[in-house]
Each structure stands twice: as C-alpha cells, then as structure tokens.
Design a protein around this ligand. Structure first.
Ligand code: NCD
Ligand code: ZN
Length: 353
C-alpha cells in the first residue's frame, strides 16, 4: 500500500449550472474522490457561463450544497468583463481565457479583448489559457508584456512543449498542464477499440506519436497533470454532432501509476505534478489530515459501469491498469473506501473561503 497526498485537479468541467444531465457538483466530486483527487478547480464554460458576480454565486451555491471534495471555481474572460472578473479574483480559482474554439460560448478572438484581462487580473493568480499552437505563443507573449503569470491548459503538441521549455529558460512566468489522454493516446490509437468517431472528439485533438513522445521526453517542462474532465453523455457522443471532451477523473491516477510501474515516470513526479505544483501555481490552501491510500499491485480493467461520473463512458474502457485507489481521507474523514463514497454532499469546501 502506498500513501499519497490528496491530489489536485486544476482543470475539470462539472457542468453546473446548466448541463447537470452530463455531470453536477455531486457526481463530479464523487468521481474525483474515487480517483484519489481531493481538490478540483471547475471551469466556467457552463450554461450560463460563469463571468460575473451572479453567475459565480450560482456555481458556488450549487457547489456548497453538493460538492463532496474541496473545490474552486474559475471565472471566464469575456469581451467586456475584465473589471468585473478582476473584482471577483479572491473568490475565484483563477481566470480562464478561451483563445481557441471549443465546447461552450466563451471565446476571445480579437487580441484587443485579451489586453484588459492581462492588465487587470491580480498577478497572484495565473491566467489560464486554452490556447493551441500559435495562439499559445501569443498567450506567452502577453504574459511577458504584462508580466503576468500564464498557465497553458492541456498542451498536446511537440511544438508547444518545446516553446514552453524555451520560454521557461528565458525566465518567463509560464506554466503548463497535460491531460492523460494526450499522454496515453494518439490520433490513430483509439479506432482499434471499437469506440465511435464521436467518442474520440476532444479539444485539443489527439496528436501524433511524435507529439506524445515529445511530452514524455520533456516531463520536466510539464508542471501539472490535469484531467480536463469533460463529460458528455454516451448519447451525445454517439450523435451526429458529438461535442468534444473526455471524462478523466477516475482514470488519471491508475493510468499514471501504471506508467510508474512500467518505469516511464516516478511516483515523486506524480506527487509533484498532481499536488506540489498545482498547489503553488494556483495558490491553494492546505488540506490537513488528507491522504490517499493506493494498492500499487492491484491489476484490473477500467470499466465505465464502475464510475461515478454521470456521463456513462470512458475512452479508456477495457484498458488494463495497475494501481487502485483504496481509501481517501479528506480533512480527517474517510471520504472514499473500497468503491464507496462515505461523505455527504456538501462536505466539500470552497478553497477561497
Ligand atoms: C471541453 C468541454 O467539453 O467543456 N472539451 C474538451 O474537448 N476539452 C472544453 C475544453 O476544455 O476545451
Ligand atoms: Zn477543459
């Protein structure tokens, strides 16, 4: 049995408000606990999006009643809410900027819309950018011009990890995360396992083997592993217009522990990228008396039917993994043990209170 700190996932979509048929604070934070994650930072591309005081309250009130692990809520950068977003900074996990197209309506195309956010958002919190390829380079330039830390969400490409490496060598305030699907899958790997095309839709798209290799070769450049848990139902994924996104909260740790058992990664790197670094980057509080117990020798198959996420599927269906979460203790209480959630809805705390 190994003992890990309560892990932190700085990038999850819990779909509340507005799409609780996909997930809500209850099912999503239950999935987190089952995955060994005791703190989640929720993204703002909900319905309505979280972009002002009222919508932030909507999300935080739902979370207060329903969350079972600790949580923070991002505010989204819109075309005209820079002052409002900055005024909410101490209540929010951080500011999320969508600079490339993805699921939801938050997106900033014109770079003049980025400027007020970089000017106004308090520097003690990073601006998280969904920015791929060249827009990632632009986000890093903004970070340099405004001397504002930027955290690049879900990097997936060789060119991205290499540019971030160069930016870090220059001393720029850039950090980044990578999702498990971009570490363990390529654009050609899924078809063999009989999942529909729609199931494999995700942003950023799955990349090439060369890209995946570059991520593994540059693990020291990657600050965090973050799931980008983006649940959509089976019916939605198998429809004619499949929305992009993969669930990931319950599979990230077993996948990483399997990689540890194969010698691709160390346990210290898992702790650094799922606890130490996200805590520092996002200015997150301690969780006293909190830990995760893992049976590192348990070998089993990933099955959607055993998951707490409401979405009903996983892109890793049938994968054999080694390493199972047995028990999660959160602030002195056993929150998960042997497949069962043991804390009530509402036990989770807002990390900014
Ligand atoms: C996310 C979603 O569904 O909210 N989808 C995805 O493919 N990652 C949006 C996002 O994070 O870009
Ligand atoms: Zn996301």
């Amino acid at each position: 049995m190994i003992k890990l700190p309560g892990l932190i996932d700085p990038h999850v979509h819990l779909r509340e408000p507005g799409a609780t048929h996909k997930e809500d604070f209850d099912s999503g934070t239950s999935a987190a606990l089952a995955g060994g994650i005791t703190m989640v930072l929720a993204m703002p591309n909900t319905k309505p999006p979280i972009f002002d005081a009222d919508t932030l309250d909507l999300a935080l009130n739902a979370a207060k009643q329903k969350a079972r692990c600790d949580y923070g809520q991002f505010v989204g950068a819109g075309p005209d809410n820079a002052s409002m977003a900055a005024s909410l900074a101490d209540k929010a996990a951080g500011l999320k900027m969508y600079l490339d197209s993805t699921f939801g309506e938050l997106r900033l195309d014109d770079m003049t819309l980025w400027q007020p956010h970089f000017e106004k958002y308090p520097k003690k919190y990073p601006i998280v950018a969904h920015s791929e390829s060249r827009s990632m380079a632009a986000a890093i330039l903004f970070s340099a011009i405004y001397d504002h830390p930027v955290h690049i969400a879900h990097i997936s490409l060789r060119e991205e990890v290499l540019l971030i490496k160069a930016a870090k060598e220059k001393g720029l305030k850039v950090t980044c995360e990578v999702g498990p699907h971009h570490l363990f899958m390529t654009s050609s790997s899924p078809s063999g396992r009989g999942q529909s095309e729609g199931r494999m839709e995700v942003r950023p798209r799955l990349a090439t083997q060369k890209d995946v290799d570059a991520l593994w070769e540059n693990l020291d450049v990657i600050d965090c592993f973050a799931t980008d848990h983006a649940p959509h139902t089976v019916a939605e994924k198998d429809s004619a217009t499949p929305p992009p996104g993969f669930p990931g909260l319950e599979t990230i740790l077993p996948l990483l522990l399997t990689a540890v058992s194969e010698g691709k990664l160390t346990l210290d790197q898992v702790i650094e990228k799922m606890y130490t670094n996200p805590k520092k980057i996002f200015n997150l509080p301690d969780q006293p008396e909190t830990w995760v117990e893992v049976d590192e020798n348990a070998v089993y198959e990933i099955k959607a039917e055993e998951q707490f996420t409401r979405c009903g599927w996983t892109p890793f269906e049938g994968w054999q993994v080694k390493g199972k979460v047995r028990k999660v203790v959160l602030r002195g209480k056993t929150a998960f043990e042997d497949g069962k959630i043991l804390v009530e809805a509402g036990y989770g705390k807002n990390i900014r209170e």
